[in-house]
Design a protein around this ligand. Structure first.
Ligand code: NAD
Length: 251
């Protein structure tokens, strides 16, 4: 028996990195998955791999800044698998620039993907979850949504902080409908997003000083937490913050 038997999950940013790993691991736990991303070739490959392994998976083109794309993605889940019960708002972008070198366009872009994307995804998923009798929304924030950072990521931290509190309001407003909403706060995870800083010795040594475990995390280590929040094991948990950060924010 899988921990996600009977669940239908939509995962944004599912073409690579943490979203793709979550797609594969969700499927192994019995969920049907819809992967949405702007990287269509990569996303289709992940969906094909899951179906080749006997799972249920569909890829949809989903630019999270587009309300029409979100509506279509939710409709795909409902048409293909009968309902939508889990949404993982995972898509995100990062750039590193000092505040004074950050352009208005840089700021608007990261806000659009990391914050508006989560709002639009939640807005599109709520009616389908209500129809299904409940659901679980999991918003991927970051340790950067809990504490500030010295590493030129002020705009990113602003987006992840916004996701943290949007999560709590969603949770409170929809608790009576059996729709839960929690945020996940990973520390550094080995994906393409932080490849450059992992390869930059000075930057990584600076980061290690704020990392008690002294190593980068894996997408699987985050996905286990996301599975927990997607499953009924976390049925009394809403509006919470699941921190998976190698101890970063403990000190
Ligand atoms: P990643 O760059 O490998 O994956 C991000 C995915 O989001 C990509 O597939 C990308 O194409 C997709 N994406 C970007 N813009 C999009 C858009 N407009 N519409 C749809 N999809 C879009 O990085 P990752 O580490 O897998 O990131 C997943 C989430 O985890 C992000 O929200 C990120 O901010 C968060 N996070 C990452 C780390 C880390 O160290 N890697 C730490 C904490 C939080």
């Amino acid at each position: 028996m899988g921990r996600l038997d009977g669940k239908v999950a939509l995962i944004s940013g599912g073409a690579r990195g943490q979203g793709a790993v979550e797609g594969r691991m969700f499927s192994r736990e019995g969920a049907a998955v819809v992967l949405g991303d702007v990287l269509d070739d990569e996303g289709k490959k992940v969906a094909l791999e899951i179906t080749a392994n006997g799972g249920k998976a569909t890829y949809v083109h989903l630019n999270v800044t587009s309300e029409a794309d979100w509506r279509a993605a939710v409709a795909t889940a409902v048409q293909a698998y009968g309902k939508l019960t889990v949404l993982v708002n995972n898509a995100g972008i990062l750039f590193r620039k000092p505040i004074e070198e950050t352009s208005e366009a840089d700021w608007d872009r990261i806000m659009a993907v990391n914050v508006k994307g989560v709002f639009l995804g939640t807005k599109a998923a709520l009616p389908a979850m209500r129809q299904a009798g409940g659901g679980s929304i999991i918003n991927i924030s970051s340790v950067a949504g809990l504490v500030g950072s010295p590493q030129n990521t002020a705009a990113y931290t602003a987006t992840k902080g916004a996701v943290r509190l949007f999560t709590k309001s969603t949770a409170i407003q929809h608790a009576k409908e059996n729709i839960r909403c929690n945020s996940v706060h990973p520390g550094p995870i080995a994906t393409d997003m932080i490849k450059d800083s992992l390869e930059n010795k000075t930057q990584w040594e600076q980061r290690l000083r704020r990392l008690p475990m002294g190593r980068v995390g894996t997408p699987e280590e985050v996905a286990y937490g996301v599975i927990y929040l997607a499953s009924d094991e976390s049925s009394y948990m809403t509006g919470s913050e699941l921190v998976i950060d190698g101890g970063t924010t403990a000190e």
